[in-house]
Design a protein around this ligand. Structure first.
Ligand code: ES4
Ligand code: ZN
Length: 318
């Protein structure tokens, strides 16, 4: 198995249907689905929002530190089988706070497992607090201050959720504060939103990496800049197909992105919702798009180089 770094992963998006039912049972929560098949029948998405509705609804079963820890362990165990040797994991604190789950519960639940992930699963990890762009900047700033005050073990911040209508510039002060606090900065841009959102994320937010970024292909000047600056784009092929950002895998822009020299990597985004983990993404790229072994090696190397892992760890994995 090719060693890869997973750079675009929402831990809540790793909550598999079986675990949703198990946690609902443990926490005495009644689900609006009679059984697994009824839940699985909901995994038919038409766009980003139709997915986000189910993604946020299913989080209801995450109540205790142990719930967050169990979800994180399940991801690491599966990711190890996929060849993941380093993972940068996003957590959506606001999605839990708004349900009455304290910040310490979600952060400690995930972080307690990540603390020993290298020894336990062979996966070095770091945690990224992602902020919901459809909520206010004030809300995000308050949560960031709380994370800093509690010295949460976060390496950086991200920006996710409903993209269109919530441009990066809305979070200029949040990202400035994070930068001042020494945090790494990434943002989703150019998934459903226009190429101009990618430019804004780079120039206004100062991000080091773009999550998705596939719509950069509509702007040749932007492509030229991204190639020149070697900006990492964390592409998620199965996610793009399932959320209909692209028509089908055969029409995915990844081969074209590689061909023009963009620094792309392959990631699973929300693997429990989109039909597979990193290995499944690579397998589909190979079978449908004829991605060569050489391309896969390059994508894997891109992922490791574009990570926030220590230089020693990167050397070890390359
Ligand atoms: C997400 Cl695929 C995607 N896009 C934006 N926000 C998200 N949160 C979880 N998955
Ligand atoms: Zn994402």
């Amino acid at each position: 198995m090719l060693p890869v770094a997973e750079l675009h992963l929402h831990i809540e998006g790793t909550l598999e249907p079986e675990l949703i039912f198990a946690l609902a049972e443990r926490n005495g929560i009644s689900l609006p689905y009679a059984d697994l098949d009824e839940l699985r029948a909901r995994y038919e998405f038409t766009d980003l929002q139709s997915f986000l509705d189910l993604y946020y609804a299913n989080m209801a079963v995450l109540q205790t530190e142990q719930d967050f820890a169990d979800m994180t362990r399940a991801y690491l165990a599966r990711a190890a089988l996929a060849g993941v040797r380093h993972a940068e994991i996003m957590l959506d604190p606001q999605a839990h706070l708004s349900r009455g789950v304290p910040l310490v519960t979600c952060v400690n639940g995930v972080a307690s497992v990540l603390a020993t992930s290298e020894g336990d699963y062979g996966i070095s990890t770091l945690l990224i607090a992602a902020f919901l762009r459809d909520q206010s900047e004030e809300s995000a700033l308050a949560v960031l201050e709380e994370l800093l005050a509690m010295q949460a073990p976060i390496a950086g911040i991200g920006l996710d959720s409903a993209e269109v209508g919530n441009p990066p510039a809305k979070f200029e002060r949040l990202f400035a504060r994070a930068g001042d606090a020494g945090l790494r900065r990434i943002a989703h841009a150019g998934e459903e939103g226009p190429p101009s959102y990618i430019i804004e994320a780079l120039d206004v937010l100062g991000v080091e990496r773009i999550d998705h970024g596939i719509r950069c292909m509509e702007d040749p000047e932007l492509v030229e800049r991204l190639v020149e600056e070697l900006t990492p784009l964390t592409v998620c092929p199965l996610s793009n197909v399932r959320l209909r950002a692209v028509d089908d895998m055969a029409g995915h822009p990844l081969p074209a992105m590689l061909a023009v020299g963009l620094n792309v990597s392959v990631n699973s985004d929300d693997p429990a919702y989109f039909g597979g983990y990193v290995d499944d993404n690579f397998a589909q790229l190979a079978s449908v798009l004829g991605l060569s072994e050489f391309d896969c090696v390059r994508l894997a190397a891109n992922s490791i180089r574009s990570s926030f892992a220590s230089e020693e760890r990167k050397t070890e994995l390359l």
